[in-house]
Structure formats: C-alpha cells, structure tokens
Design a protein around this ligand. Structure first.
Ligand SMILES: Nc1ncnc2c1ncn2[C@@H]1O[C@H](COP(=O)(O)OP(=O)(O)O)[C@@H](O)[C@H]1O
Ligand SMILES: Cc1cn([C@H]2C[C@H](O)[C@@H](COP(=O)(O)OP(=O)(O)O)O2)c(=O)[nH]c1=O
Length: 197
C-alpha cells in the first residue's frame, strides 16, 4: 500500500519520515522530488531558479513523478511492500496550482489533476501535517521561492480543497505540536491505516 506525507515546507514531513524508518524497517521509503535521478536534479534546478517558468516547472516535477512511479513505486507495490513517500502528487496539485494561479491556464488544479489521471497511482492514504503558513515559512528558513508565507497560504488553501474533495483519504495531524507529539499522532494514524488494510 502507498501512504504519502504531505504538508507545507517546514511542516515536519522529513522529520517524521526519518523517524518512521525505525518503526517500519521493512517499508520502502521514498520521496518527491527524487534525490537519485537526473529528473530530480532538473527539478532542483527549477526550485533554485527564481525565474523558472511555472508551467515548465510543473512538467519537470511531473516528469520526475512519472520516473519515480515506474522505477520505484509501482515495482514496490507489485511486490506487496508498504511504500511511504515524503511528498507525492498532492504536492503538485497544491503548489503548482498556486504557482499557476495568475497564468493562462484556467482552473490550474483541475488541469494538473487531469495530467496525472492518465498515468498516476493515487495514494491509499495521505497524512497531512497541518501547520500555519507563518510557522511553515519560519521553520523552513524561507530559502526558496516556495517557502514564503503568502505563497504558502495559497498552497495551504489548495491542500484544504483536496482534503474536502477526498476526506476519507486524508488524515490530518496538527503539526504545530512538539515533534514527539506529532510523531505519536502519525504513528497512531499508521496503526489505524495498517489495521484497516
Ligand atoms: N513539530 C515540530 N516543532 C518544531 N520544529 C519542528 C517540528 N518538526 C520539525 N521541526 C523543525 O522544522 C524544520 C523543518 O522540518 P522538516 O522535517 O525538514 O520539514 P519539511 O520536511 O516538512 O520541510 C527543521 O529544522 C525541524 O527540526
Ligand atoms: C514534490 C513537489 C515539491 N514542490 C516544492 C515544495 C518544496 O518547496 C520544494 C522541495 O521539496 P522538499 O524537498 O520536499 O522540501 P521540504 O522538505 O522543505 O518540504 O519543492 C513543489 O512545488 N511541487 C511538487 O510536486
């Protein structure tokens, strides 16, 4: 089964994802953007380039996702593994829909979801680490263009739309709590998810 971790920059996804390695040592841990392919390298160039075109950036992220799916996610799922991904398709629906808000693309979230629908694999469950944009921007250090509070407020509104559309897929965790409490809540969510499946 495929479980993804989503949330704003600085919500604590990577902290949780690393801690989960000890809890589920047999799971396949992976992430987007990928950190072991040239597609991921191209994505990181776009993240670091303040002038990168937002539509071109969407397609780079989506190319990285396609490679991630065929190379890592689908083979692991075919082997019956538990796959835990730090970010996945919802990051595109939330972030790139915000980046394309004032572009020529009408209804950017629906457009991005449509591109994915043709080939992607929806997560079985998604744990959403919920944090306000100011805390997110402060924790992440505002080091790239995606980490500014005003932009993150749009991204957060997009995540809320996604949760509203599929409430059964998402588990919301209050990520403003201390790290050990966030981890307890995520572990409890995982226990429920694995019991259900
Ligand atoms: N629950 C928390 N409370 C306070 N600080 C946190 C918490 N979780 C993570 N942090 C800190 O916030 C920063 C970003 O955390 P990280 O796990 O990298 O977030 P993300 O992967 O979502 O961007 C790190 O310095 C981390 O130590
Ligand atoms: C996967 C993904 C990430 N991003 C953004 C979120 C982050 O600002 C940046 C890098 O992701 P990531 O390395 O997960 O950052 P963080 O650990 O700070 O959350 O890329 C998108 O805009 N779209 C995507 O599809």
């Amino acid at each position: 089964m495929l479980v993804t971790l989503e949330g704003l920059d600085g919500s604590g996804k990577t902290t949780v994802w690393e801690a989960l390695h000890d809890v589920y040592p047999d799971a396949v841990f992976t992430r987007e953007p990928t950190d072991d392919s040239w597609y991921g390298e191209a994505v990181n160039r776009a993240i670091g380039d303040d002038d990168a075109d937002p539509l071109a950036t969407l397609f780079l992220f989506t190319a990285d996702h396609a490679d991630h799916l065929s190379r890592v996610v689908r083979p692991a799922l075919a082997d019956g593994e538990l796959v835990i991904s730090d970010r996945y398709s919802d990051s595109r629906y939330a972030y790139q829909a915000a980046s394309l808000r004032d572009s020529d693309v009408k209804r950017p979230m629906e457009y991005i979801m449509g591109i994915h629908a043709a080939f992607s694999r929806t997560p079985d469950k998604t744990i959403y680490l919920d944090v306000d944009p100011e805390t997110a921007a402060a924790r992440s250090g505002k080091t790239n263009k995606f980490e500014q509070a005003a932009y993150l407020a749009d991204v957060r509104a997009n995540y809320e739309r996604l949760i509203e559309a599929e409430p059964e897929r998402f588990v919301r965790v209050d990520a403003t709590q201390p790290p050990e409490d966030v981890l307890d809540a995520v572990e409890a969510a995982f226990a429920d998810i694995l019991e259900e499946n």
